[in-house]
Structure formats: structure tokens, C-alpha cells
Write a protein that binds this ligand. Sequence first.
Ligand SMILES: [Zn+2]
Length: 147
Amino acid sequence: MSADAIRSEGEAYREFRRLRWPPAGEPVCPRCGTKRICELTTRPVFRCRACRRDFTVTTGTPFAYRKVGFADIMAALAAGPVPPSALSQAIGVNYKTAGILRERVAQVAAVGFPAAEHETWRARSRRRAQAPSSPPRPSQPHACPDV
Ligand SMILES: [Zn+2]
């Protein structure tokens, strides 16, 4: 196994975040598209300040109901379109898990990560309206206020 394949779960989580929300991994609400997000302190769950939707980095992606860790997901994404048996060997998961991972990776390879759960004209026009006026401000989400 290459050193590249051995990643900590936390590192893999951050990598997955950057992949999902490039380039900085700054969360975007999958429902309304806003970046006004706060992060729960107890779990890796984000909360939209606009529509109150709770979501995670995998919400709306083929990995939403994942049973595997981020390290395995990142390893599978890196491995690319290999047969489940090869993937199973490469990243050390059983054949069934490798088959599921392989399928999800193929979905992401085909269509990419969705920007939103339900792209609406409202969200799209809001994004368009925001785009030219405000320069991108990279901001990490802060803890949620008590609600
Ligand atoms: Zn929202």
C-alpha cells in the first residue's frame, strides 16, 4: 500500500470537503445555496443560517448513506475505475463494500458532486446576483449559536 493511501480519517474528511466544495471546502447549503453556514461543535454537521437545514459533507452526494469511512472513500476515488476485486485488495475492504464504493465513485466520476439538492431558479438567480458584487471571502464556519 502506498503512503498516499494511508490517510487519517480526519485528513480524508478535509480532503473530501475540498472535493465537494472546491476549492477551500467551504460549506454551501444544499437546499438554498447560501454560504452563511455554521458548524455544530458536537458533530460534523453544518447548519444553514438562512433556511436552517442541517447537512453534512455527504448530503446530496452518492456517499450520503455511506457505511465506510472517508479514508476508504478517498482511496476509492484515487483508485479510479478498477474492478471491485482489485479495489477490495487495494484499500483493504471486503468485496461487497468495494462493490458499493466502486458504484458510488463511478456516479461521481460521471456527474460530479451536485451543487445543490434541488437547483431552483430562485437560488440560481440569487447566486448570479451575488457573484459580481461581492468578492469571495473565504470564511470558516463558526460554531452555531444556541437555537
Ligand atoms: Zn439553506
